[in-house]
Design a protein around this ligand. Structure first.
Ligand code: AMP
Length: 174
């Protein structure tokens, strides 16, 4: 099955980048042409009935499939980046990490009022990053129509941080 093929190309690295974290490494998936193709296809299929104007990809692994996913919807791609990386006028949102805080930024001209937006990342963990991205999109007048992940760590309950009644799709769950 396609999902099992994708799953078999994700490896778990214990204690990376710090003790206690089971890091889900998608580089074997990226190495394999068939796994790449199946992943993009599954990400697209999850939302194929929607009209999408923008895909917002979260730094940094949301930049791997984000632009191709956007192209599959004939939509634009918007990078949501860590503080200080985007050169033009930005809005920003602080969000909590396991230890400490970080800041996510988006260009103010990246979303037009009324845009239908999918938020995409490789992995949903606690949901803090996707929540910050949601707030940025809403502040710019866009509407979030879907959340798209390759992997969801279900036991961390990240879904609870995201907008209610908006579809949240992941290909693989742990
Ligand atoms: P969160 O804001 O907690 O949902 O974290 C999501 C971000 O952290 C994503 O950009 C992931 O790439 C990264 N991340 C968190 N936990 C892991 C993990 N166990 N393996 C790989 N990436 C992770």
């Amino acid at each position: 099955m396609d999902t099992e093929y994708i799953r078999s190309h994700i490896r778990t690295i214990p204690d990376f980048p710090e003790t206690g974290i089971q890091f889900k490494d998608i580089t074997p998936l990226l190495l394999d042409a068939k796994a790449n193709e199946l992943t993009l296809s599954a990400l697209h299929t999850a939302f194929h009935t929607l009209s999408v104007d923008k895909v917002v990809g979260l730094e940094s692994r949301g930049f791997l499939f984000g632009p191709s996913l956007a192209a599959s919807f004939q939509a634009g791609f918007v990078p949501a980046r860590k503080k200080g990386k985007l050169p033009h006028k930005t809005i920003q949102k602080e969000y909590g990490l396991e230890y400490g805080k970080d800041i996510l930024e988006m260009h103010t001209d990246a979303i037009n009022p009324g845009d239908n937006v999918i938020i995409h990342d490789d992995l949903l963990a606690t949901g803090g990053t996707a929540k910050a991205a949601t707030e940025l999109v809403l502040e710019l007048g866009g509407q979030v129509v879907g959340y798209s992940f390759i992997i969801e760590l279900s036991f961390l309950l990240g879904k609870n941080q995201l907008l209610k009644d908006i579809p949240i799709r992941s290909i693989i769950q742990y």
